[in-house]
Design a protein around this ligand. Structure first.
Ligand SMILES: NC(=O)C1=CN([C@@H]2O[C@H](COP(=O)(O)OP(=O)(O)OC[C@H]3O[C@@H](n4cnc5c(N)ncnc54)[C@H](O)[C@@H]3O)[C@@H](O)[C@H]2O)C=CC1
Ligand SMILES: CCCCCC(=O)/C=C/C=C\C/C=C\C/C=C\CCCC(=O)O
Length: 260
């Protein structure tokens, strides 16, 4: 998929990986709708991006992915502002093992809400032009992250949900590809989770172990992660792909062939 003239929507787009995804899409000619609950940071980012790319290339929409109403409205506004929708990145996520119900509602339910709305707007059967969904999981979607069991569960679920949806989309001929990105640690605010007892909940005793894991695996720059995100967006041959990104490089996960 060539990105010039295409329109993307990124949840959790105010900062961190969402910001890096928006920037790489803009660099390649797309327009981007940024959705986030962090309004001051989102507005600041929009102002900075206006300087660099012009004010018609982005919009910022205050939106909580736990609200079906707000998310629907944000998709509607994106269509209204830019006239089309081609790329949806369900990226908003948190690490909170104390309020684990909220973690499930954002990391998993938010991805499901965003993916279903994306299909509704992009699938050919609804007069959409087709497109691509990239759901952001984590390496914790591929194996157990011991200090964050609920976070691990949500990210495994994002991988399973996205792979099943990709098969469903292909068999139903929606014209929409669905892929998953599984990064290792990246330098963003979510890493503060490990310094916050309230968020670690009953696993704050595992801080040292987590710190060792982090030192062992290293910390990626968001721009490195964004390069691999771009691959999932642009490579039309990829549907149901799960891309693992570490300091050592990126590799596609291999699974047994789907039984369908
Ligand atoms: N940074 C890392 O080490 C890794 C992060 N990830 C995933 O990447 C995604 C992005 O996280 P980061 O950029 O790292 O963290 P971050 O904390 O910098 O960014 C997360 C963004 O999501 C927004 N957000 C949180 N709850 C929201 C809600 N209910 N509705 C809308 N927006 C909401 C936040 O305001 C923030 O702007 C998450 O899904 C995270 O699980 C995956 C692997 C590694
Ligand atoms: C709770 C805050 C989350 C921090 C951001 C994040 O998702 C970071 C994840 C980094 C690594 C996950 C750690 C362990 C996963 C365990 C094994 C994966 C092995 C799978 C593989 O293919 O190697």
């Amino acid at each position: 998929m060539a990105l010039s003239g295409k329109v993307a929507l990124v949840t959790g787009g105010s900062q961190g990986l969402g910001k890096a995804f928006a920037e790489i899409l803009l660099k390649h000619g797309a327009k981007v709708s940024l959705l986030d609950i962090n309004v001051p940071t989102g507005n600041k980012l929009k102002a900075a991006l206006d300087e660099e790319y012009g004010s018609d290339r982005t919009c910022f929409i205050s939106c909580d992915v736990t609200s079906e109403t707000q998310l629907k409205e944000a998709f509607h506004k994106t269509l209204e502002s830019f006239g089309r929708l081609d790329i949806v990145c369900n990226n908003a996520g948190i690490g909170n093992e104390s309020n684990w119900e909220r973690t499930v509602d954002i990391n998993l339910n938010g991805v499901i809400r965003g993916s279903y709305l994306a299909l509704q707007y992009m699938k050919k059967q609804n007069k959409g032009q087709g497109g691509v969904i990239v759901n952001i999981a984590s390496m914790a979607g591929l194996g157990p992250f011991l200090s964050a069991p609920v976070y691990t569960a949500t990210k495994h679920a994002v991988v399973g949900f996205s792979r099943a949806l990709a098969d469903a989309s292909q068999v139903s001929d929606y014209g929409v590809r669905i892929n998953v990105l599984c990064p290792s640690f990246a330098k963003t605010e979510i890493l503060e989770t490990f310094n916050t007892d309230d968020l670690m909940g009953q696993f704050s005793n595992l801080r040292q172990t987590t710190q060792k894991l982090l030192e062992h695996m290293g910390v990626l720059d968001p721009s490195q992660v964004a390069e691999h995100f771009l691959q999932l967006v642009t490579d039309d041959s990829r549907n149901g792909a799960v891309l693992r990104v570490t300091q050592a490089g990126a590799s596609y996960m291999e699974y047994p062939k789907s039984v369908m």
